[in-house]
Design a protein around this ligand. Structure first.
Ligand code: FAD
Length: 275
């Protein structure tokens, strides 16, 4: 059972709880992106078990009216065991899914294999997959040129991994500038499939300006428990998705959310003290 303080950021431990969360969100015109928590598996059995859980999830989703897709981490379905394990498990999930399957992006050593897997499935499914790219990586602009030619969706984020300076921008202002440059490139070049994965009001506003300038459709994606009011407000005008973590491995995810912002830490302390 997830304590109330953590359930702000995590939708429950079971697929049924996560789908119930989606149904509530759908009433606010927000769609869901379900993410079963888990990563960096070193045993094939663990990777296979989570891939099977995703197969079951997409099968269950197809039997409901919930408007949601899924997002999976490469290291959760076998990348650190071997590329073959990752590719086999990803293919199982994509083959079983009616909904779109997002592939999260992990550290820079995973970028090539992740983009290659995305490209293969994007072509085979005519775009029923999405991939995340990170503005902090210096290579991303070039990757976007490749992705612009493919069907499917692309989520632009700032990047959550602590990367070395030979491959990544490390100063916040430089990452923000790269995010703006990449977004402009996407709105100029993509026909559709643009996802703005950010809580940053400045980036969201910039995306709406680019949309007004170029007319290219786009969606906004934010995490469960972060700027929920803004999610509802934006959903009145734009397509908004909430990325919804769930599952039994919730503790380290919750701990990361609490650590990344002072406000979240204060909120946690108040909840623990019952104030
Ligand atoms: P920041 O640059 O952290 O903050 C900018 C401003 O945004 C803040 O000043 C504040 O005004 C607002 N803000 C930010 N956080 C909060 C908050 N908690 N509460 C209130 N206001 C806030 N990273 C990856 O590397 N790979 C992935 O696959 C990936 N997928 C993601 C999917 C989604 C849907 C999202 C939203 C993020 C994902 N990320 C991923 C994380 C991403 O790379 C960033 O680390 C994270 O989103 C923080 O950057 P930001 O643009 O949201 O805002």
């Amino acid at each position: 059972m997830i304590p109330p303080i953590a359930s702000n950021f995590v939708a429950g431990e079971t697929p049924d709880e996560a789908i119930a969360h989606v149904e509530t969100l759908n009433q606010r015109d927000i769609e869901g992106i379900l993410n079963l928590l888990g990563e960096h598996y070193e045993e094939r059995a663990d990777a296979d078990a989570d891939a099977t859980a995703y197969v079951d999830l997409v099968t269950e989703l197809a039997e409901t009216d919930a408007e949601a897709c899924v997002s999976v981490k490469p290291s959760q379905i076998g990348l650190e065991i071997g590329e073959a394990a990752f590719e086999e498990n990803l293919a199982r999930i994509v083959d079983a899914a009616d909904c779109l399957v997002w592939i999260d992006m992990e550290d820079h050593e995973a970028t090539d294999v992740t983009l290659d897997a995305f490209e293969r499935h994007a072509r085979e499914t005519d775009g029923n997959v999405g991939v995340c790219v990170q503005a902090n990586l210096k290579r991303t602009r070039e990757d976007l040129e490749r992705l612009a030619e493919l069907p499917g969706k692309v989520r632009l984020v700032k990047g959550a991994y602590d990367e070395p300076s030979d491959v990544a921008y490390r100063q916040k202002a430089r990452v923000d500038q790269a995010y703006r440059d990449d977004l402009r490139f996407m709105f100029e070049t993509f026909d559709d499939g643009i996802a703005v994965g950010s809580h940053d009001p400045a980036m969201i506003e910039f995306a709406t300006e680019l949309h007004a300038e170029y007319g290219t459709p786009f969606e906004i994606q934010m995490l469960t428990g972060v700027r929920e009011d803004a999610q509802s407000d934006l959903a009145g005008e734009y397509e908004v998705y909430q990325y919804i973590p769930y599952g039994r491995k919730w503790f380290s995810y919750f701990y990361r959310r609490v650590r990344e912002r002072k406000e979240n830490a204060l909120f946690a302390v108040r909840a623990i003290l019952g104030q």
